[in-house]
Each structure stands twice: as C-alpha cells, then as structure tokens.
Design a binder for this molecule. Structure first.
Ligand SMILES: Nc1ncnc2c1ncn2[C@@H]1O[C@H](COP(=O)(O)OP(=O)(O)OP(=O)(O)O)[C@@H](O)[C@H]1O
Length: 264
C-alpha cells in the first residue's frame, strides 16, 4: 500500500480566460487566466478523517476535481493510494468515491437502477447486497423503486452519497455533503461515514459547517485564495484560540497575514 491515501504535490491550477481561443485565433496576446490554486501540497494518511476548509471560491472544489480526474492541474501531481490521477487514472478513480457538490442525476432511472448503473461502471454486476446496505444506512430503503426526479433535494443528495460508495472505495471525498439536508440525514450520514472511517476508509470532507468539521476531522487544511494557509490537527487549531471553537480559529486564520497563519 502506498504511504498516502491522497497526495497533492505542488498543485497549480489556472483556468483559461473564457475567450482565449477566440483571441488566439485573431492573433492577440494570450491572456493570463485565473489562478485558482497556487502551489498546494497536502498529504492525507490512510484512515484519516481530513477536513478541507475555506471560504467560497478558495479552491476546494478545484482541488477535488483534480483528484477525481475532472480537471487537470496546470502544474504539479496528485495521487490516490499512490496512483497518479492522470497517468494511472483507472486505478486512481477506482480507489476514490466522490460525493459532488452539485445535484447531478439522471431523471429517468429509479434509485436502485441508478446505483446498479453506477456499479456497472466499475464492472460490478452482483452488487445488490451492498446496495441494500447503503440504502438502509442512508434511509433510502423505501425509495429504492422511486424515480430520481420524484425525490426531494435532500433525498437526491443521499443518492449521490450512495453512488460514491457503490464500489467500496478506500478513499471517500465529500464536497459539502450536508448542504440543504435535514438534521436526521446529517446525523445518519455522519454515523455511517464515521463507521466507514473506523473500518479504515479515508475521508476528505469539505464543508462550511465548521461544527461538523470540528466534531469529525482529525486534521484540517484551510485554503484561502488558492493557497494553504493553515494545516494542523483540529486539536492544535482549537488550542490556538484557547478552545473558543473552530469557527473562531477559522475567522482568525482567514484574517491573519498568510505567513502568520501558517507559522502559528
Ligand atoms: N471552470 C472554471 N473556469 C473558470 N474559473 C473557475 C472554474 N471553476 C472554478 N473557477 C474559479 O476558481 C475559483 C475556485 O473555485 P472553487 O469552486 O474551486 O472554490 P470552492 O472553494 O470550492 O468554493 P465554494 O465554497 O463556493 O464551493 C473561483 O474563483 C471560481 O470562480
């Protein structure tokens, strides 16, 4: 087994300006583009529950997209369980389950069909026992035959979580999984995810609910304007503010000069 579940090594991501192709064609000087990530290096050990925090636009989803092979880093390398996300894409993707931030689904399938289809992408044909277990743990058993379009927003989000788990990936990435979900689901979701973590799955979580991160994550990285400005155990981050809570630590770090935030 590779020494890290997730590794980002000096990642830079620059999004091309929207009309670069147009300008290229007409001979104008290329535009600079938007630097969403700048020299991000992070290593997450196997079995960690790791939090990735930052304000809107800090670059969290960009980093996750690079890990999932949905976006390509402009510079740097990323790997999942030692597999390079670009040159060993299949292995890397198989090792990873991603719960995306946006509600994407096919309205023509039922919940069970959606999960069977997802299993099929990974070559898993007889996966119904595991699908049933996931459905049970996410409170979806009675929705198994319901069409995706007939589910509420929170229910659809539960299916996204289920989809990320069908191939039992060792590494699970959750991009704001509790946005818009009720208290009951939050609790059952965190119980389920915590259990998976105790069984050895590595979890990477992004959330704006800092109390969730405080309760669940052993280590936390904070991103601001595409740079890591704090990386420490949750305990150490809380100690910085005398136990006043992660929200206070977050606010102080976000408003401190960058060098100070990392150094303290
Ligand atoms: N495809 C894209 N093209 C151009 N710019 C992009 C693209 N995707 C993201 N960005 C920009 O990159 C920056 C980082 O966005 P990203 O979605 O990674 O942030 P985030 O930390 O996940 O934010 P949020 O908490 O709001 O989800 C933002 O300024 C965003 O506008």
């Amino acid at each position: 087994m590779s020494s890290f579940a997730i590794e980002f090594d000096r990642i830079h991501k620059t999004y091309a300006p929207a009309r670069q192709k147009f300008w290229k064609r007409f001979g104008q000087a290329p535009q600079t583009g938007f630097k969403a990530l700048q020299d991000v290096s992070l290593q997450v050990e196997h079995g960690e529950f790791f939090g990735l925090l930052g304000p809107n636009g800090a670059g969290k989803t960009s980093l996750i997209s690079i890990l999932a092979g949905l976006a390509r880093a402009t510079e740097g390398k990323a790997s999942v369980c030692g597999y390079d996300v670009f040159s060993e894409f299949k292995h890397a993707r198989r090792s990873l389950g991603v719960v995306p931030q946006e509600l994407v689904y096919d309205p023509f399938f039922t919940v069970r069909e959606t999960l069977r289809l997802q299993s099929g992408y990974y070559g898993l044909r007889h996966n119904d026992d595991w699908i049933d277990e996931i459905l049970h743990n996410l409170g979806l058993t009675d929705k198994a035959s319901t069409n995706m379009r007939a589910l509420s927003g929170g229910m659809k989000r539960r299916v996204l979580v289920a989809q990320a788990l069908v191939h039992r990936p060792p590494v699970i990435v959750l991009d704001e999984p509790t946005a818009g979900v009720d208290v009951d689901l939050r609790r059952s979701l965190w119980e389920f995810i915590s259990r998976l973590n105790k069984q050895g799955h590595t979890i990477l979580l992004t959330t704006h609910y800092l109390e969730e991160a405080e309760a669940l994550c052993g280590r936390i990285a904070m991103l601001k304007q595409g740079k890591v400005i704090a990386l420490d155990t949750t305990e150490a981050l809380l100690a910085r503010v005398g136990g006043a809570g992660l929200e206070e630590a977050f606010v102080q770090i976000m408003h401190a000069p960058a060098a100070e935030a990392l150094a303290s």
